[in-house]
Design a protein around this ligand. Structure first.
Ligand code: PMP
Length: 388
């Protein structure tokens, strides 16, 4: 860690040394008995991490956008109607992707930093028969957390599949697929799953599998077609060799290590730790007088935070100063407010120490920009808020 910056962006993140060691190990055959065991075990652990005991896990080499494709390509048939609960950039991406497979997409939107009220989503569900609804659990462009539990319940009521983009949430924010009635949740390795970028992960519940099996038209994406991957996943779980496309062997070794760590920590403990990190970061910002993109405190995610620059401070001035103080943060992403805010990731192995170092570097940067505040107030508030 010495002599390099702490990576505190909303993915990729800091990774555990054991996970990185797995990546650096000599590559095995993808049909070697020990690799088959590691992949099979990782698939089993995915059900624990997604809290979906009867789900079908899929792990395919690619980024989070491929995980979105794995959902869209296999669930949409031309002419299907899809509802996008849109809280930012990644809602727009899902809509574009679903449209590519022939869906007629309706958005329920909110102001930037807001989230659509359940009543607005219900009104949309009432107005049209939708095959599926997508929800971005944490939109990384706004730091807005959606009420997946409430939205999934509505989807059930209106017999619509609930697909959750959990790229910035799975294994960080509380997400209980089976209990909440979520049909598909998807993520990527580089966020709270805590493995370097390169794996798309998806969990499909029984209703999503039934919808896939009831398709009348072929899947328009060859690489993402579940029909190609389901036999491979089944074989590895049965501890047998199989092949469709060469798995990202070292990443899957690393995934096995990380999922083992996540399961050992326990999902409830992990959700509580992320909640504490979110509280600490947001408490620090409030103490420093910085606002946030989410319009209400309960809309703010726990895996990341989206602070607004205070008056008179620009990203071009502040972010390099924070970098010089040893911490890398991310600039804005949402096109409407890109220059007005920045982003801090605090998920996966992030510790209280990492967060305190980050708030310390933020204070150094703010002071360098001439912003006036009570030095140390952010760090003290973070410490207090972390305790609860
Ligand atoms: N959805 C969300 C919520 C994300 O944060 C991201 C990545 N930042 C993606 C989808 C796309 O993932 P990737 O960049 O790995 O393709």
């Amino acid at each position: 860690m010495k002599g390099r910056k702490l990576l505190m962006i909303p993915g990729p993140i800091e990774f555990e040394p054991e996970v990185l060691a797995a990546l650096a190990a000599p590559t095995t055959s993808h049909v070697a008995p020990d690799f088959i065991e590691a992949f099979g075990e990782a698939l089993e652990w995915m059900r624990d991490v997604f809290l979906c005991p009867d789900g079908q896990p899929l792990v395919v080499a690619g980024s989070g956008t491929l995980a979105m494709d794995l959902a869209g390509a296999n669930l949409v048939e031309p002419g299907d109607r899809a509802l996008v609960v849109n809280t930012g950039y990644f809602g727009d991406r899902f809509a574009a992707l679903l449209g590519r497979y022939g869906a007629h997409v309706t958005h329920v939107r909110a102001a930037v930093g807001g989230r659509p009220a359940l009543a607005a989503v219900e009104a949309a569900l009432q107005a049209g028969r939708f095959k599926l609804m997508t929800v971005t659990h944490v939109d990384t462009s706004t730091g807005v957390l959606t009420d997946v539990r409430g939205l999934a319940a509505l989807a059930r009521q209106y017999e619509t599949l609930c697909v959750v983009d959990g790229v910035c949430s799975v294994a960080g924010e509380a997400l209980r697929m089976t209990e909440w009635g979520v049909d598909v949740a998807l993520t990527a390795s580089q966020k709270a799953i805590s493995v370097p970028p390169g794996l798309a992960l998806l969990m499909a519940g029984p209703r999503a599998m039934a919808a896939f099996h009831a398709r009348k038209t072929p899947v328009a994406n060859y690489y993402a077609d579940w029909a190609n991957w389901l036999p491979v996943m089944a074989a590895y779980e049965a501890r047998k060799a199989s092949y469709f496309g060469t798995p990202a062997v070292n990443l899957i070794w690393a995934l096995n290590v990380s999922l083992g760590q996540i399961v050992a920590e326990g999902l409830d403990a992990r959700f509580a730790r992320h909640a504490a990190l979110g509280r600490a970061c947001q408490g620090a910002l409030a103490a420093l007088g910085l606002g946030q993109v989410p319009l209400q405190p309960e809309y703010a995610a726990h895996t990341m935070t989206a602070p607004r620059y205070p008056a008179g401070v620009s990203g071009a001035d502040l972010l390099p100063r924070i970098g010089a103080a040893g911490v890398t943060l991310a600039g804005g992403l949402h096109p409407a407010i890109k220059a007005e805010y920045f982003r801090i990731g605090h998920m996966g192995p992030t510790s209280l120490n990492d967060l305190l170092a980050t708030i310390g570097a933020l204070e150094v940067g703010l002071a360098g920009c001439g912003y006036r505040f009570d030095v140390g107030a952010g760090v003290a508030a973070a410490l207090r808020a972390y305790q609860g």
